[in-house]
Design a protein around this ligand. Structure first.
Ligand code: KIV
Length: 267
């Protein structure tokens, strides 16, 4: 499938104009499948708070939970770059705490980079983490950990002032030394402008086609999670139907004594 994906490799992909792919993963089996399929980056997203844990937002996810899932994903990774998502409050309290927590993703989780939300206000934090040798992916626009400040999951940057603020955030993330930045939930022309202004790759989710790469939550794109489906999600499979169908067949066969047969039994 090719060489191991590294941070310099991702930067070169932008320079060569090659689109970059990223999917979320939360466990070993999915990490293996997605890595074998050829995705360049596996993001252990705090979206697991919703799609794995069943919460309404990502705010309750803890560092220990993130490290646990990162470790599972890292075990299934062969070629992809594994990025651990820093959960709410794990990088806000102090720079020292942010550095320690970022380090845990690499030391205990086996990740090769971390992601954190925020632009201008996170500049110093990103700088400190990068200076410790830990690659950082930024995340600006609709940052889900600020859901209460935004008053919901609202597209960011439609109004002039907010547009300029999102642009400033993206520039700050690059200046702080991040190797890439997620652009989430913003008008596509804003994402285009940011992508053109930055040297580091932009990875879009709900930010249109002009970004250097795209990321989706795996449960959304496979149709495993349908509590709500944002407009930007494309369903590439309907696994809920397939899983439900298989479960119903199993139930039917057990009740009717059709499973297990000789074939599935020992003597
Ligand atoms: O938590 C997550 O999965 C994310 C992606 C949607 C970018 O932050």
């Amino acid at each position: 499938m090719g060489d191991k994906i590294t941070v310099p490799h991702v930067l070169k992909m932008k320079q060569r104009g090659e689109k970059i792919t990223c999917l979320t993963a939360y466990d070993y089996s999915f990490a293996r499948i997605l890595d074998d399929a050829g995705v360049e980056m596996l993001l252990v997203g705090d979206s697991l708070g919703c799609v794995v844990q069943g919460n309404h937002n990502t705010l309750a996810v803890t560092m220990d939970e993130m490290i646990y899932h990162t470790r599972l994903v890292a075990r299934g990774r062969n070629r992809a770059l594994v990025i651990g998502d820093m959960p709410f409050l794990s990088y806000h309290v102090s720079r020292e705490r942010a550095l320690e927590n970022a380090g845990r993703f690499l030391q205990e989780g086996g990740a090769e980079a971390v992601k954190l939300e925020g632009g201008m206000t996170m500049r110093v934090t990103i700088e400190a983490i990068v200076q410790a040798g830990i690659p950082v992916m930024g995340h600006v626009g609709l940052t889900p950990q600020s859901v209460h400040q935004f008053g919901g999951y609202k597209i960011q940057g439609r109004e002039k002032e907010r547009r300029e603020a999102v642009l400033r955030d993206a520039l700050a993330v690059e200046e702080a030394g991040a190797f890439s930045v997620v652009l989430e939930g913003m008008p596509l022309d804003l994402a285009q402008e940011i992508t053109e202004r930055l040297k580091i790759p932009t990875i879009g989710i709900g930010a249109g086609a002009h970004c250097d790469g795209q990321v989706l939550v795996i449960h959304d794109m496979l149709g495993l999670f349908d509590d709500f489906t944002p407009k930007f999600v494309k369903r590439y499979a309907d696994l809920k139907r397939i899983v439900s169908g298989a479960a119903k067949e199993f139930i039917g066969e057990v009740k009717e004594r059709k499973f297990p047969t000789e074939e599935h039994s020992f003597r």
